[in-house]
Write a protein that binds this ligand. Structure first.
Ligand code: B12
Length: 451
């Protein structure tokens, strides 16, 4: 069969993202199929990216098109934009150019809003919820018997019908993702986080807003450190990738696993730079780990504490407190690593005092770390997007903030009351500061890498 895997538009004005999800799917399709990946984002600058897509579909003549819907409506006003319309147009063009092909959707945005997508995009024949490495090949073998595939949306008399939740797959048993189907160079040029890999799937934490545990579960499923570093070595030596990003929910839980990965990188003398998301609790960032991170080429500690005030951290069900957070920037300074944070403004229980404690923390961290503090933090201060299947969603419905049947694809935020005006002011000021600093750095060329 001829199978074309398409990555639909990701956030339109952010970095490119190498589609490792589709590359994993490609690795698990039997060799008898002819498989290609097409990333529309590589043609963002073309006069008409949709025309490039249409031509590709026409020429490829697919039997099946698998479309990855990763982002949807990620816009936070004024920060960056994305919309439903580009996704809709992409699916329509595929249907138009390949009227007989089966179109299968998947990806994180699809999985979060699967029923809505099946309703809003009648061109989709199928939609696969969750991780696809085992079940996408199963579907390819059972296009006429979709009920055999767990976690699948299909149409029964035109109505979207679901076969029921699948079990979790054995992540450690998967093959590495295919690296020969797309060039790495444009992604490497786009940003230092654009090329990803995974050491684990799932998250043991319970943050109130998060939908990752709905997508991947609370059990942390890991690969061996050797397998992870084999892949890093392959990326570096065979494909020339020097900078990579761990797409793990949290890199430093469990701590021993992350130390073992670092040791393996050091043992093999890999000349790479990489970064990841870290948990803030001081016991998950012991000195031993920090030393190994530094030695192994980790250049940035990226944190999503979401707040700094202990009462608010409790509301958000975070596993750390303010003193742990102070330790994170002290650790970054001590080991001369870049550090960045993301915060939620006007989260449940916010008052003026707690709101200003975030600003004070940002100022303290910047003062302490100087150029090691990435001003990207200023862009990552936003109200919380309410994701379906999260506890925050339940709370938003219980408290009457949104209707139980609100269309969350449209992007609903937890941003109630008078504080929303303060939030708008903080965001506008933070963005202006960020942009001013960018201009300043363009002129002086000082420390541009830390922005
Ligand atoms: C890592 C990550 C990032 C990294 C990516 C680094 C990299 N080089 O890849 C970075 C930091 C760049 C990032 C940025 C952003 N991200 Co992000 N990110 C993630 C995260 C945690 C993992 C994604 C990943 O790589 N997974 C690993 C691969 C293997 O899995 P996968 O892509 O999901 O693919 C599997 C399945 O989905 C499925 N599948 C995928 N495609 C298809 C297609 C078909 C046909 C089928 C059958 C199956 C299928 O099978 C695959 C294999 O199992 C997800 C959350 C999550 N749990 O997935 C959020 C997530 C995708 N990000 C999200 C967001 C909002 C963003 C940002 C907008 C954040 C911001 N405010 O800046 C930006 C947007 C970036 C952009 N340019 O578009 C949201 C998107 C939701 C939405 N509303 O659209 C998510 C879902 C998290 C969340 N709930 O908030 N992100």
């Amino acid at each position: 069969m001829r199978i074309l895997l398409v990555q639909a538009f990701t956030a339109l004005d952010l970095e490119l993202v190498y589609p490792i999800g589709l590359s994993y799917l490609a690795a698990h399709l039997p060799e008898r199929h002819h498989v290609e990946i097409f990333d529309v984002n590589l043609h963002r600058e073309a006069a008409d990216p949709y025309a490039v897509l249409a031509q590709k579909v026409r020429e490829f003549r697919p039997d099946v098109v698998g479309i990855s819907l990763r982002n949807i409506k990620v816009a936070t006003p004024g920060v960056h934009s994305d919309d439903f319309e580009p996704q809709q147009r992409t699916v329509r063009i595929i249907r138009q150019e390949a009227p007989k092909a089966k179109i299968v959707a998947g990806g994180t945005a699809f999985s979060l809003y699967s029923e809505l997508f099946m309703q809003k995009l009648p061109e989709l024949d199928f939609g696969l919820w969750g991780e696809g490495e085992e079940r996408f090949p199963l579907l390819i073998d059972n296009l006429d018997a979709p009920r055999k595939v767990p976690g699948l949306w299909f149409r029964h008399d035109g109505a979207p019908t679901y076969t029921g939740q699948p079990g979790k797959l054995d992540f450690a048993a998967l093959k590495p993702y295919r690296k020969d189907l797309l060039p790495f160079a444009p992604y490497a040029e786009s940003s230092f986080v654009s090329i990803g890999l995974q050491s684990k799937r799932g998250c043991a934490l319970h943050c109130v807003h998060c939908s990752d545990t709905y997508l991947l579960g609370n059990a942390v499923r890991r690969r061996t450190p050797q397998a992870v570093v084999d892949e890093m070595q392959e990326l570096r030596e065979q494909w020339g990738v020097k900078q990579m990003f761990f797409c793990d929910q949290i890199f430093n839980i469990p701590v021993e696993h992350s130390i073992a990965i670092c040791k393996e990188i050091v043992d093999r003398k890999l000349d790479i730079r990489w970064s990841a998301w870290f948990n803030e609790k001081a016991v998950t960032l012991p000195d031993e780990l920090l030393r190994w991170l530094k030695a192994a080429g980790c250049g940035l500690l990226s944190f999503s504490p979401d707040h700094v005030d202990d009462r608010m951290l409790k509301n958000l069900d975070k596993n750390f407190r303010y003193k742990d957070l102070v330790y994170t920037y002290q650790a970054a300074k001590k080991y001369d690593m870049d550090v960045e944070y993301s915060f939620f403004l006007n989260a449940p229980g916010e008052d003026w005092r707690s709101l200003f404690s975030i600003l004070k923390f940002v100022a303290d961290a910047k003062m302490h770390c100087g150029p090691n503090f990435r001003l990207f933090t200023l862009l990552m201060m936003q109200p919380i997007r309410i994701y379906p299947h999260s506890r925050l969603h339940e709370l938003a419905v219980e408290t009457g903030l949104i209707d139980h049947d609100a269309d969350l694809i449209e992007g609903k935020f937890w941003n109630p009351g008078g504080l929303q005006y303060a939030v708008a002011g903080i965001q506008a000021t933070a963005q202006t500061l960020y942009k001013a600093r960018q201009r300043y750095k363009t002129f002086t060329n000082a420390g541009a890498a830390t922005l």
